[in-house]
Design a protein around this ligand. Structure first.
Ligand code: LMR
Length: 323
């Protein structure tokens, strides 16, 4: 046993001595979420395949940076990989606002269909040339509202403050129902909810569970009104510093890690929905078709507001994926 431990220790030391390139992968969610699991899978695959040439350090839970600071950190070379939500990349390319349009995608199959289309792949590369490049999309899921009051129809959120990511489409979505959007980093949401500085937020089940929002939000409405997905990005400078062979190894490990996280996403969200329901901390409100339609009617006009920036054709391509 002692011998085994000793040789394991020697192997670990020689692997780290061999490591030539450290990749810091920074994100803001917990490990046990679709993105968290995908990041850990990437670490496992790349370290194993490169025989210690790459060392991947994953920093979850905004330990290193929140998403608003991580782009700068990537450009400065302080981290090499990040996976912000697409909503947080809107400021790089207005076309990415597409992903925030309320009630655009019916389900996650429609999201996959769009992301795999030529238009979706073109969008993935729409940030290229700004010192950054997209390596792939990672799924989380559709978002639900949580609030301090029961939310069934738009009138219920009149005058209520909802935390949003830094996206003008999301701001317009709340203004359309007379609520007050508050742009704040993810790492601050729990405290804002707990102290009642805001009334609600919107997230897929995995984030509402892993960040414990449900412990301080008595009501969650099954609204599936919008999407939370991510783009895995790196910097051109880091990418250019790798040999072609290493780029291939990193790309392949990343594609597999993304597929792994995407396969798990629905399962994790369903598991977390059940755990929240069983906890009895939040009441889960199901909408009738008529109630849901009120949200659609109130929020759909937001599309027209952003159509010029996003492009009507792109919106139609995405809509065509709702089969
Ligand atoms: C948010 O800020 O709500 C999300 O982008 C967090 C995340 O990365 O899932």
């Amino acid at each position: 046993m002692k011998k085994l431990l000793l040789s394991a220790a020697i192997m670990a030391i020689s692997a780290s001595a061999l490591a030539q390139t450290t990749i810091k992968y920074s994100h803001v969610v917990a490990n046990d979420t679709p993105k968290g699991q995908s990041a850990l899978k990437f670490k496992e695959l790349l370290e194993e395949r490169s025989n210690g040439e790459f060392l991947v350090e994953v920093f979850p839970n905004s330990q290193l940076y929140n998403d608003d600071k991580v782009l700068e950190a990537l450009l400065l070379g302080d981290v090499q990989i990040a996976a912000p939500s697409v909503s947080k990349l809107n400021r790089l390319t207005k076309k990415l606002q597409l992903f925030d349009l309320p009630f655009l995608f019916k389900d996650m199959d429609a999201v996959t269909c769009f992301q795999e289309s030529d238009a979706g792949q073109e969008l993935l590369h729409s940030i290229d040339g700004k010192g950054l490049m997209g390596l792939g999309y990672i799924h989380n899921g559709l978002k639900q509202f949580s609030a301090s009051v029961p939310v069934r129809v738009p009138a219920d959120v009149d005058g209520k403050k909802f935390r949003i990511m830094s996206s003008d489409v999301l701001a317009a979505q709340y203004q359309a129902v007379n609520a007050i959007p508050v742009k704040k980093p993810f790492s601050e949401v729990f405290t804002l909810l707990q102290t009642k500085a805001i009334d609600g937020q919107e997230s897929p089940w995995s984030n509402t569970f892993s960040q414990k929002f449900y412990e301080v939000q008595p009501y969650i409405t099954v609204s599936n009104h919008g999407l939370l997905d991510y783009m895995v990005i790196t910097s051109n400078e880091f990418w250019g510093s790798l040999s072609e062979e290493d780029q291939k190894m990193v790309s392949e490990a990343m594609s597999e890690a993304i597929a792994y996280g995407n396969d798990l996403a629905a399962e994790i969200n369903e598991r977390d929905r059940k755990t929240i329901a069983e906890s009895g901390r939040s009441e889960i409100i199901e909408l009738t078709p008529e109630e849901r339609q009120q949200w659609v009617d109130a929020m759909r006009p937001v599309w027209a507001q952003f159509e010029e920036e996003i492009g009507a054709e792109l919106i139609s391509t995405a809509e065509a994926c709702n089969k």
